[in-house]
Design a protein around this ligand. Structure first.
Ligand code: S3P
Length: 167
Protein backbone atom coordinates (compact mmCIF):
# COMPACT_ATOMS: atom_id res chain seq x y z
CA UNK A 1 0.00 0.00 0.00
CA UNK A 2 1.46 3.37 -1.02
CA UNK A 3 1.94 6.17 1.46
CA UNK A 4 -0.09 9.36 1.12
CA UNK A 5 2.21 12.37 1.48
CA UNK A 6 1.00 15.93 2.00
CA UNK A 7 3.22 18.73 0.77
CA UNK A 8 2.57 22.48 0.66
CA UNK A 9 3.40 25.77 2.30
CA UNK A 10 3.03 26.63 5.97
CA UNK A 11 -0.65 27.08 6.78
CA UNK A 12 -1.90 24.96 3.90
CA UNK A 13 -3.49 22.52 6.37
CA UNK A 14 -1.19 19.52 5.91
CA UNK A 15 -1.19 18.44 9.56
CA UNK A 16 -4.95 18.79 10.07
CA UNK A 17 -5.77 17.00 6.81
CA UNK A 18 -3.24 14.24 7.52
CA UNK A 19 -4.85 13.57 10.91
CA UNK A 20 -8.26 13.20 9.26
CA UNK A 21 -6.89 10.88 6.55
CA UNK A 22 -5.10 8.70 9.12
CA UNK A 23 -8.31 8.48 11.10
CA UNK A 24 -10.59 7.70 8.13
CA UNK A 25 -8.23 5.15 6.61
CA UNK A 26 -7.10 3.78 9.94
CA UNK A 27 -3.48 4.18 8.92
CA UNK A 28 -0.48 5.41 10.95
CA UNK A 29 0.30 9.12 10.82
CA UNK A 30 3.82 10.52 10.53
CA UNK A 31 4.17 14.26 10.97
CA UNK A 32 7.75 14.99 9.91
CA UNK A 33 7.98 18.24 11.90
CA UNK A 34 6.72 16.52 15.06
CA UNK A 35 9.07 13.58 14.45
CA UNK A 36 12.02 15.96 14.01
CA UNK A 37 11.18 17.61 17.35
CA UNK A 38 10.74 14.26 19.05
CA UNK A 39 14.09 12.94 17.80
CA UNK A 40 15.91 16.06 18.92
CA UNK A 41 13.98 16.66 22.13
CA UNK A 42 13.63 20.34 21.21
CA UNK A 43 11.55 22.55 18.97
CA UNK A 44 12.28 23.33 15.33
CA UNK A 45 12.64 26.98 16.33
CA UNK A 46 15.38 25.94 18.80
CA UNK A 47 17.16 23.96 16.06
CA UNK A 48 17.10 26.97 13.71
CA UNK A 49 18.30 29.28 16.45
CA UNK A 50 21.10 27.16 17.79
CA UNK A 51 22.30 25.15 14.80
CA UNK A 52 20.91 26.97 11.77
CA UNK A 53 18.50 26.03 9.03
CA UNK A 54 20.91 23.62 7.27
CA UNK A 55 21.02 21.46 10.40
CA UNK A 56 17.23 21.13 10.36
CA UNK A 57 17.21 20.45 6.59
CA UNK A 58 19.70 17.59 7.01
CA UNK A 59 17.51 16.04 9.70
CA UNK A 60 14.42 16.54 7.52
CA UNK A 61 16.14 14.76 4.60
CA UNK A 62 17.10 11.83 6.84
CA UNK A 63 13.50 11.52 8.00
CA UNK A 64 12.26 11.58 4.37
CA UNK A 65 14.56 8.65 3.60
CA UNK A 66 13.24 6.79 6.64
CA UNK A 67 9.63 7.34 5.58
CA UNK A 68 10.47 5.96 2.15
CA UNK A 69 11.04 2.62 3.85
CA UNK A 70 7.49 2.50 5.21
CA UNK A 71 4.22 1.52 3.52
CA UNK A 72 0.66 2.53 4.08
CA UNK A 73 1.33 5.59 6.22
CA UNK A 74 -0.04 9.12 6.00
CA UNK A 75 2.78 11.67 5.98
CA UNK A 76 2.56 15.36 6.75
CA UNK A 77 5.70 17.28 5.74
CA UNK A 78 7.13 20.70 6.59
CA UNK A 79 6.63 23.49 4.06
CA UNK A 80 10.30 23.52 3.11
CA UNK A 81 10.56 19.83 2.25
CA UNK A 82 10.45 20.83 -1.44
CA UNK A 83 13.71 22.75 -1.16
CA UNK A 84 15.66 19.53 -1.76
CA UNK A 85 14.80 17.41 -4.77
CA UNK A 86 16.18 14.33 -3.01
CA UNK A 87 13.38 14.67 -0.42
CA UNK A 88 10.68 14.57 -3.09
CA UNK A 89 12.38 11.65 -4.79
CA UNK A 90 12.50 9.71 -1.51
CA UNK A 91 8.91 10.53 -0.57
CA UNK A 92 7.55 9.59 -4.00
CA UNK A 93 9.42 6.31 -4.10
CA UNK A 94 6.67 4.71 -2.09
CA UNK A 95 4.06 7.42 -1.87
CA UNK A 96 1.56 9.54 -3.72
CA UNK A 97 2.24 13.23 -3.16
CA UNK A 98 -0.53 15.80 -2.87
CA UNK A 99 0.32 19.48 -2.85
CA UNK A 100 -2.09 21.64 -0.83
CA UNK A 101 -2.26 25.21 -2.15
CA UNK A 102 -3.84 28.39 -0.81
CA UNK A 103 -3.60 32.13 -1.30
CA UNK A 104 -1.20 34.17 0.86
CA UNK A 105 -4.21 35.63 2.72
CA UNK A 106 -5.52 32.20 3.63
CA UNK A 107 -2.09 30.90 4.63
CA UNK A 108 -1.43 33.93 6.77
CA UNK A 109 -4.82 33.69 8.49
CA UNK A 110 -4.12 30.06 9.33
CA UNK A 111 -0.65 30.65 10.77
CA UNK A 112 -1.45 33.87 12.62
CA UNK A 113 -0.80 33.70 16.37
CA UNK A 114 1.51 30.78 15.95
CA UNK A 115 5.00 31.62 17.01
CA UNK A 116 6.69 28.30 16.36
CA UNK A 117 7.51 28.98 12.72
CA UNK A 118 10.99 30.47 12.76
CA UNK A 119 10.92 31.47 9.10
CA UNK A 120 7.98 33.81 9.62
CA UNK A 121 9.46 35.71 12.52
CA UNK A 122 10.18 39.37 12.00
CA UNK A 123 8.31 42.58 11.28
CA UNK A 124 6.59 41.54 8.10
CA UNK A 125 5.46 37.90 8.03
CA UNK A 126 3.30 38.55 4.94
CA UNK A 127 6.27 39.71 2.86
CA UNK A 128 8.36 36.83 4.19
CA UNK A 129 5.69 34.27 3.32
CA UNK A 130 5.08 35.77 -0.13
CA UNK A 131 8.80 35.68 -0.83
CA UNK A 132 9.13 32.05 0.29
CA UNK A 133 6.12 31.09 -1.83
CA UNK A 134 7.51 32.82 -4.91
CA UNK A 135 10.85 31.08 -4.47
CA UNK A 136 9.28 27.66 -3.93
CA UNK A 137 6.49 27.92 -6.49
CA UNK A 138 8.28 25.90 -9.21
CA UNK A 139 8.91 23.12 -6.70
CA UNK A 140 5.30 23.00 -5.51
CA UNK A 141 4.07 23.24 -9.11
CA UNK A 142 6.08 20.17 -10.06
CA UNK A 143 3.93 17.91 -7.87
CA UNK A 144 1.37 16.05 -9.96
CA UNK A 145 -1.64 16.18 -7.62
CA UNK A 146 -2.63 19.72 -6.67
CA UNK A 147 -5.46 20.62 -4.29
CA UNK A 148 -6.65 24.21 -4.05
CA UNK A 149 -7.77 24.60 -0.42
CA UNK A 150 -9.05 28.21 -0.30
CA UNK A 151 -12.53 28.13 1.21
CA UNK A 152 -12.36 24.41 2.01
CA UNK A 153 -12.38 22.86 5.48
CA UNK A 154 -9.76 20.22 6.35
CA UNK A 155 -12.56 17.61 6.09
CA UNK A 156 -13.36 18.76 2.54
CA UNK A 157 -9.71 18.64 1.53
CA UNK A 158 -9.39 15.15 3.00
CA UNK A 159 -12.50 14.06 1.08
CA UNK A 160 -10.91 15.21 -2.21
CA UNK A 161 -7.77 13.25 -1.49
CA UNK A 162 -9.76 10.14 -0.59
CA UNK A 163 -11.71 10.51 -3.83
CA UNK A 164 -8.50 10.88 -5.86
CA UNK A 165 -7.07 7.76 -4.23
CA UNK A 166 -10.24 5.80 -4.97
CA UNK A 167 -10.34 6.80 -8.68
C1 S3P B 1 9.14 25.36 7.23
C2 S3P B 1 7.87 24.94 7.55
C3 S3P B 1 7.53 24.34 8.87
C4 S3P B 1 8.77 23.69 9.51
C5 S3P B 1 9.91 24.65 9.54
C6 S3P B 1 10.30 25.18 8.15
C7 S3P B 1 9.38 25.96 5.90
O1 S3P B 1 6.53 23.37 8.69
O2 S3P B 1 9.16 22.52 8.82
O3 S3P B 1 9.54 25.71 10.37
O4 S3P B 1 10.55 26.03 5.49
O5 S3P B 1 8.40 26.33 5.20
P1 S3P B 1 4.95 23.72 8.42
O6 S3P B 1 4.77 23.79 6.95
O7 S3P B 1 4.26 22.54 9.01
O8 S3P B 1 4.68 24.98 9.14
Amino acid sequence: MRNIVLVGPMGSGKSAVARILADRLNRPLIDLDALAEEREGRTIAAMFERDGEAYFRDLESRLCREVAERDGVIVSTGGGVVTRLENLEALSRNGRLFCLRASVDTLLARVRNETHRPLLRGDDPRARLAELLARRKPMYDAIADQIETDGLSPEEVAARILQACAD
